[in-house]
Design a binder for this molecule. Sequence first.
Ligand SMILES: Cc1cc2nc3c(=O)[nH]c(=O)nc-3n(C[C@H](O)[C@H](O)[C@H](O)COP(=O)(O)OP(=O)(O)OC[C@H]3O[C@@H](n4cnc5c(N)ncnc54)[C@H](O)[C@@H]3O)c2cc1C
Length: 499
Amino acid sequence: MDKRRTRNAIASAASGSPLISAGTFFTNAKRAAPLDLTRMTQRSATKRPWKDTLVDMLVGVDADTIVIGAGAAGLAAARSLAGRSVRVLVLEARDRVGGRVWSRPVARNATPAELGAEFIHGRGELTVQLLREAGAAAIDTEGEGWTCSKDGELRREDWDLSSTAGIFEAAGALPDDESVDRFLRRFERDRATRETARAARAFVEGFDAADPAIASARAIASEMRSGVDFAIARPLGGYGPMFEHLRNACVAAGVRIWLSTIVRRISWRRGAVAIDMSCGGESQTVHARTAILTLPVGVLRRRGDELAVAFDPNLPDAKIKALQSIEMGHVVKVALWFRSAFWERVRDGRYRDAAFFRCERQSFVTYWTQLPVRSTLVVAWVGGPKAVALSGIAEAELIERALNGFGALLNEPELAREEFEGGLTHDWGGDPFARGAYSYVAVGGGNARAALSAPVDDTMFFAGEATSTDDQDGTVNGALETGERAAAEAATALGVEAR
Ligand SMILES: Cc1cc2nc3c(=O)[nH]c(=O)nc-3n(C[C@H](O)[C@H](O)[C@H](O)COP(=O)(O)OP(=O)(O)OC[C@H]3O[C@@H](n4cnc5c(N)ncnc54)[C@H](O)[C@@H]3O)c2cc1C
């Protein structure tokens, strides 16, 4: 789309009547999306005043709200708005819904390979409710922890999260925020607290996927106080059925979901949004009254290449500042599956009930089984700077390293190779529609999530895990809740009654 003409269109949108300005937007579109007249007519007959619909048809508004992204936040927002009779169009760059949730079935296994999210953190009420709707269930994680000691032996040791939380309590009272690295170093110097501080550092790297040199100690302290890390469950059978259900519920409520549609530019003025996108190599522009953006922070921060999303005019300074204080954490996660759960048999069955294996010296610091479901699938995981160190390594090599690490951990390298059937991984850092795994707050970024989540001109609304302000950032449940929050904000701006 011609940038100058878009600007003119927006200028007239700002000054003229909504009807004329929206029409100007429409004229400037390279190829306008066909309007869904059948659905519009049906809706007008039942829930919306016919005049609204007729005006929209004349001026070329494609939807009341365009939702960008069909991950947890986007689908939750779309479903919620459609339930309020708002006409919703979802634009998604990938050829699938789910975003950073990606369940891949594995032959002969009750549990899929979850390349993205796998667990439910905290109480996860919305997640549990959606699982029920989907005919699925959540099960608590259980099983033993085994940690490698200096002599290389695995010893029974569960992760003591309460001492990590204890050490971070002092961070809440810091006069000024500081990095996790600086905060923990003073405890690491003291012999009495050294081991606890090291475990806390490992937690921030492994669990928050954060770089301790950048991460805010206060933000981690707040996360610890919230208790979100203390309860962990998993969807029985994986997240796949829940997202399938969400998508079906959206479609049944009249939401249009356009996959393989990459948003390139978002032009906006109060009450009007024009979105340039490319779909199968073709450019197209769509228009709406409001937009909900669920783009990951890594995507929003991206500048200067053809995959960056441009804003016209640029985002307000407060948003730019917020984006500078929220980082994308990095994770490398590899799913490995075997002919049998051979680790349950070795060493006279001592690892039969193992849920987690940990070894800081390994490239992959943590391995976990699928307990309480007995399965032949094992996941290798590393987060934070150690994950960044693996960036650029080919997927086949990562799978190989994960397999070798698991064999070495159990002291059964040959058996692990013999039993190995396959592996899967995904490079979230290199993924242009994610640019990392999940977000964390940098030093001094205390209000950044609230600033990122704030609406702009009652026209652009922001959702996605990074906009969660109650310590559920970086989780599926947090993302779902932000989607519902942004939907309520957009509904109010559109003058639609609450559900
Ligand atoms: C390896 C890994 C493990 C994780 N483990 C867990 C876990 O165990 N439990 C948990 O709760 N959470 C976990 N998470 C985090 C969780 O996956 C996310 O917090 C959540 O899925 C984010 O949802 P969202 O809707 O905010 O973002 P996303 O799911 O990223 O949705 C945003 C959507 O926008 C789309 N998009 C991006 N750019 C464009 C564009 N230009 N045009 C159009 N569309 C675009 C993307 O394709 C994507 O579908 C994990 C994440 C990763 C990567």
